[in-house]
Design a protein around this ligand. Structure first.
Ligand code: RIB
Length: 301
């Protein structure tokens, strides 16, 4: 598959802590590490490791972090010629706290927010030669909307990963081939009451979601539509080390397997996402095609 990711590139600064601080409080953490990240770049790497031919349209700052992130993407055999270097802004960063088998993330968009429609237009040929285009929301919304129009214009599949959560124009939701929120993004996207429980969200999905919506539910797997019914693909049992990037792995894998029947593509993507949480960092656990195949065999799937 030819996969084009139009999305973010970040450097992740990760701390681990037993407890999260309250506002105004200081707590002692355990470990600190730096990793490559950004939802877009993570999705690109996930798809490339699974054998897709991947290119990116993205932006980094004119700094060491940006150069380093581009080099790392090249090593993953990703076409980086659509990555623009922006002066006067820093490469995007994320501050990630790992605690109690989950994470919380603050992203400072930097150069990601300077990506423009013009940058995408200059890479039109990448849209034309893609089979699937993947976008998430760490770049300006106007770029995502433009990418979606272009995908429609050239009859390409468009996967919209609505992360981080925000309200979106109906037109974007209607024109995406697939929308892939997690539970909390789903609640925000479809304006469920703020105090909705995950059960409320599941119920809403079963009653009202459109066939183009695929919802990732962490350890509860994935909810999706097939033949007018809602199915649950369970998550695979693994030892959780770091959940950062699990959703990105799912999206990248889904794009890489887009030509397979939907139940297979979702099962493989769920397996890849499960494997991704077994190592530290957003990308270290992302499997190669061979690792995924072995894992599926061992798990009777
Ligand atoms: O989805 C995980 C990613 O979100 C991290 O790599 C971080 O950079 C943020 O973009």
């Amino acid at each position: 598959m030819n996969v084009l990711v139009i999305g973010s590139i970040n450097t992740d600064f990760v701390v681990e802590s037993e407890v999260l601080p309250q506002l105004g409080e200081t707590v002692l953490g355990k470990n600190f590490s730096m990793h490559s990240g950004g939802k877009g770049a993570n999705q690109a790497v996930a798809a490339a490791r699974l054998g897709a031919k991947v290119s990116m349209i993205a932006a980094v700052g004119n700094d060491e972090m940006g150069q380093r992130e581009i080099e790392i993407l090249k090593q993953e055999k990703i076409d980086t010629t659509g990555i623009v270097i922006k002066n006067g802004v820093s490469t995007g960063i994320a501050v990630i706290t790992l605690s109690q088998n989950d994470n919380c993330i603050i992203v400072v968009g930097g150069a990601n927010l300077a990506l423009s429609i013009d940058d995408i237009e200059k890479n039109q040929h990448k849209i034309q030669s893609a089979d699937v285009i993947v976008c998430s929301l760490e770049i300006p919304l106007e770029c995502v909307q433009y990418a979606c129009w272009q995908a429609k214009r050239y009859n390409k599949h468009f996967i919209l990963n609505p992360a981080p959560a925000q309200n979106l124009p109906d037109e974007l939701l209607e024109n995406a081939t697939l929308i892939t929120p997690n539970v909390w993004e789903y609640a925000k996207l479809f304006r469920l009451p703020e105090n909705s429980s995950s059960d409320d969200v599941w119920h809403h999905f079963q009653q009202y979601s459109s066939p183009s919506t695929v919802m990732t539910c962490g350890i509860h797997g994935v909810l999706y539509h097939h033949n007018h019914l809602v199915y649950n693909q369970p998550a695979f049992e693994v030892g959780v080390v770091d959940t950062t990037g699990a959703g990105d792995t799912f999206n990248g894998a889904l794009a890489a397997f887009f030509d397979l029947p939907c139940t297979d593509a979702i099962r493989y993507a769920a397996a890849a996402a499960s494997l991704s949480v077994t190592r530290h960092g957003a990308r270290n656990g992302m499997p190669s095609a061979q690792e995924l195949e072995k894992f599926l065999e061992e798990n009777g799937a």
